[in-house]
Ligand binder design. Structure first.
Ligand SMILES: [Fe+2]
Ligand SMILES: [Fe+2]
Length: 411
């Protein structure tokens, strides 16, 4: 069935919006949101293909969201499904064809797949109608699957999806796939930059930077929400900030291997050199036109500055490495409190937490409880107390990000 003009217009508009999003995770979340919106669906999830499985990346559910307090986000289980004909989404990933089901509790006869009621039971939610569409590239590569649940009529009653709905979401999915491939490339380029830094410092792994970016984005979102920033501005800043957070230690490319890989403690001189990775990183991002560059420079420069002024590098000019502000004895003045950009204050919390909780850093891993105690003890000294409070408030989301980006065994 042909789409009407208003629908085509809506899709083109969403398409151009999607093309502005650079961060891969944010794009997935937005694609799911828009796919649900075009057909007025209550819930849905989005999956990405990983080897011979599909992994859930985001789940949204208006009904469950209404049960939460404002600003709260649902924490849903993360799982993977084999690509085969046993499950609905596995089947769609396998065949590359969309699938429209009126009632998953009464599947048409002869279906090879079945519907698992476990998640409905656990969350006290009833899934009925379901539209499952592959995210397929032009050369028929399935990148993932969008699953839209419970269509609603204008009174909010659950209804079946129509053939038109299916056409609309399929059309939308093919545009979304293009945006997704582009965001994937951007992330791949950034990961490559990070690999370069990682070659220098084995502690900066891909999983670590993905986690730090994830924690930072969530902390920022909640902080900005509390500040009353408009939703559009929050989304735009969060997008740039997540990429910037990934690059927090990229200045380590400028530090000698002899120092970075030194197994013993640094001498005071070596420590001084190590500290230059902050402004050396900031120097890489000097395009004043780009908001991403602005935030990336802030993060690289200030992620080791401390709330009470005990951190580094303080008031240094990234272009030259020379002091911008000095005390009576000519020593660089520290940056403290809100002199440190909020982006730097957030990454400080995210980066230290991830280092403490990851067993690589200490021979004997600390328990989660001990790590959280240690974090709390740095409130008002190393960390901005307000940012640290937000970190604790959204801790379930932080744990979920840890789960999403586990350390690979060879790391
Ligand atoms: Fe650093
Ligand atoms: Fe780090």
């Amino acid at each position: 069935m042909p789409l009407d003009l208003a629908e085509v217009h809506q899709i083109i508009q969403i398409d151009s919006e999607l093309n502005k999003i650079r961060d891969y995770d944010m794009l997935l979340e937005r694609i799911l949101f828009e796919a649900r919106r075009v057909v007025n669906a209550d819930a849905g999830s989005i999956y990405v293909k990983e080897a011979d499985q599909i992994a859930i990346k985001y789940a949204q559910n208006d009904t469950k969201q209404k049960r939460l307090l404002p600003g709260e986000k649902e924490v849903y289980p993360l799982f993977k499904i084999p690509i085969d004909d046993k499950s609905i989404s596995g089947y769609v990933a396998m065949t590359g064809e969309s699938l429209r089901l009126d009632d998953v509790y009464h599947l048409p006869e002869g279906c090879p797949f079945s519907y698992t009621t476990k998640y409905d039971e656990e969350s006290n939610y009833k899934t009925t109608s379901m539209l499952t569409v592959p995210l397929k590239t032009q050369n028929n590569n399935v990148l993932g699957v969008i699953q839209i649940i419970n269509g609603r009529d204008k009174d909010g009653n659950v209804v079946a999806f129509t053939k038109d709905d299916e056409a609309l979401v399929s059309h939308f999915a093919s545009n979304a796939t293009v945006a997704l491939q582009r965001a994937y490339m951007t992330r791949a380029m950034i990961i490559r930059m990070i690999r370069m830094a990682e070659l220098r410092d084995p502690k900066e792994t891909g999983a670590h930077v993905n986690r730090v970016a994830g924690y930072s984005g969530e902390i920022y979102e909640h902080w900005a929400y509390k500040q009353g920033l408009p939703a559009k501005e929050i989304a735009k800043n969060k997008d740039s900030f997540k990429l910037a957070a990934m690059l927090h230690d990229v200045g380590k490319v400028a530090i000698s291997d002899l120092i970075l890989k030194k197994p013993a403690r640094f001498t005071p001189e070596e420590y001084k050199i190590m500290q230059t990775h902050t402004w050396a990183g900031a120097r890489l991002f000097d395009d004043p036109q780009s908001d991403l560059d602005g935030i990336a420079a802030d993060v690289a420069l200030t992620h080791h500055d401390a709330w009470d002024g005990s951190g580094y590098p303080g008031w240094v000019d990234p272009a030259t490495g020379e002091a911008q502000k000095v005390d009576a004895e000519g020593k660089v003045l520290p940056r403290k409190g809100e002199e440190i950009s909020v982006y730097g204050r957030i990454v400080a919390v995210a980066d230290v937490f991830d280092a403490l909780i990851s067993s690589r850093v200490y021979k004997q891993a600390w328990t989660e409880e001990k790590v959280l105690e240690e974090m709390q003890s740095m409130s008002g000294t190393k960390f901005d107390p307000e940012i640290l409070n937000i970190f604790f408030e959204i801790y379930p989301r932080i744990q979920q990000i840890r789960q999403r980006y586990p350390d690979l065994s060879h790391e």
